[in-house]
Unconditional design. Structure first.
Length: 207
């Protein structure tokens, strides 16, 4: 199995043999250092922790620097754990490198990223509500409408869909297909769009 941490570089396109246009997202995938191997006996579960994103050591606190130094890894900003099903724990040890070469064209992935922040948004943009009437003197054009009764229950229920902060959430896109892999430049080309803005951190797992 293959899993890795990367950076979304942006989108491009290629053309198929039949002339069809295929939209691609380019991911700078790894290389990632194995910073910890968790086992059932010691930790209660099996997992692999990867580190990505080299930074100056002064930007990290001492506990994190000590953790990375123990694994023989440089100063890395992002750490993420993957299950034993996503990465083969028997073949990896602290200090090893995980590269994009473990992916193959045609493979289906799950890509997790942080969606673009939209700021404060109304119900039409945030929840796809329909607008109100714009005739007969109505002023309820883009308002949310009724959010509850008056005397009973005399409150607004939790979870009611209203206006508020939109975006900036963890989103997972499933069924993302690998189109091409460039191990020399650590690039992963996947079909379609993935969550997040340009230069955002993404976590790539097998489907």
């Amino acid at each position: 199995m293959a899993a890795i941490i990367g950076t979304k570089l942006g989108m491009t396109q290629i053309f198929g043999e039949d002339g069809s246009r295929i939209a691609l997202t380019v991911i700078q995938a790894g290389p990632c250092h194995v910073t910890q191997v968790r086992t059932e006996d010691r930790d209660g579960y099996a997992a692999i922790q990867l580190g990505y994103g080299a930074v100056r050591p002064k930007l990290l606190n001492k506990p994190k620097l000590g953790h990375l130094e123990k694994a023989g890894a440089p100063a890395l900003r992002h750490l993420h754990e993957f299950t034993a099903e996503e990465l083969d724990a028997d073949e990896l040890s602290p200090g090893d490198l995980v590269t994009v070469g473990s992916f193959e064209p045609g493979q289906l992935l799950r890509v997790t990223g942080t969606s673009k922040g939209k700021g404060y948004a109304g119900t039409i943009k945030r929840h796809n509500f329909s607008r109100g009437p714009v005739t007969h003197g109505s002023h309820n054009v883009r308002q949310g409408g009724s959010i509850g009764a008056a005397a009973d229950p005399a409150r607004v229920f939790k979870g009611t869909r209203m206006s508020g902060r939109m975006g900036g959430e963890t989103v997972t896109q499933r069924g993302v297909q690998v189109v091409d892999v460039d191990p020399g430049r650590d690039l992963l080309f996947v079909k379609g769009a993935i969550p997040g803005s340009v230069n955002g951190i993404v976590v790539v797992r097998p489907q």
